[in-house]
Design a protein around this ligand. Sequence first.
Ligand SMILES: Nc1ncnc2c1ncn2[C@@H]1O[C@H](COP(=O)(O)OP(=O)(O)OP(=O)(O)O)[C@@H](O)[C@H]1O
Length: 334
Amino acid sequence: MIEVRDLRREFRISEKAGFLRRAHRTVAAVDGVSFDVAAGEAVGYVGPNGAGKSTTIKMLTGILVPTSGTVRVSGVDPSRQRKELARRIGVVFGQRSQLWWDLPLADSFELLKAIYRVSGPDFAKRLAECADLLELGPFLTTPVRQLSLGQRMRGEVTAALLHAPDLLVLDEPTIGLDLESKERLREFLAELNTRRGTTLLLTTHDLDDIQRLCPRLVVIDHGTVLADGPLADLSAEVSPERVLVVDLDVAVEPLADLPGVVSVRTELGGRRQHLAFRRDVTTAAALIAAVAARAEVHDLSVVEPEIDDVVRTLYARRHADRSVGNVGVPHDSR
Ligand SMILES: Nc1ncnc2c1ncn2[C@@H]1O[C@H](COP(=O)(O)OP(=O)(O)OP(=O)(O)O)[C@@H](O)[C@H]1O
């Protein structure tokens, strides 16, 4: 569905360099990015501010032309075949609107129906479905400029889906929404992906979006891909330990000698134990069995590293690598 190879986009920026003098330099916002997204996947494209996410999305959606490298989205070259691309994909930018500000929401949908040449029955069916799931009914006749952000975003998503694209690209779709609106939108997108098989690629700073929607993450920083894979694998990579918390019927000595256990914290006089164990040495199931052989277990849970910690550790590692490997090499001189 998406093929990105060695993608690079430079910007020439001009800076003040003394009285009346300006210096120019070139910065690479995206600096050799490669990844694929298969049909039906839901992929989170994440990274800190300025990492190059929006620049990549703009190249995928034909808004920006790459400096070098190749992009194919749904079989077309986005910047050269923008019309063809528009028929195949839907795009939602959290900070920009594709709706007509002064028109009622329903009129924007009618205009998009005409632009995309959607048949009457298809349009009615798709709009009814979105209106139902996203609860658009109460504000379909309200001018877009009077909608709340949450209402507008629901309208934006509907607008992007009226021509039934196979791929939906979303840039910060939940930014600024309240918790209830975020949850409603996530629920809708999850359904769209799992039931309809619509491929999703989204950028987000909200790690709950990822937890809820994206089995796979592509992590980017300084214009390059830091990591690509399932969240569970990335978390195993940054944190080889997991924690098993057991509640025992009776207090026992700290279970530090069980295979794979690297540290123990006890509570309730030894009846609750937090056993940090190495996932490459033992499994949670084997450890639970070993604990049960010592004392009766009446409750347990396995604590995974928080997703924010995983992503933060990946960034921090990369920065550490950079400071060791690239001392004194300015970003724009490569
Ligand atoms: N039109 C432009 N001219 C010059 N520099 C730009 C331009 N657009 C982006 N940049 C620079 O490219 C880098 C990547 O920007 P980009 O907007 O892609 O990051 P991002 O990951 O989307 O960030 P954020 O999470 O803050 O939205 C930044 O350093 C930014 O300042």
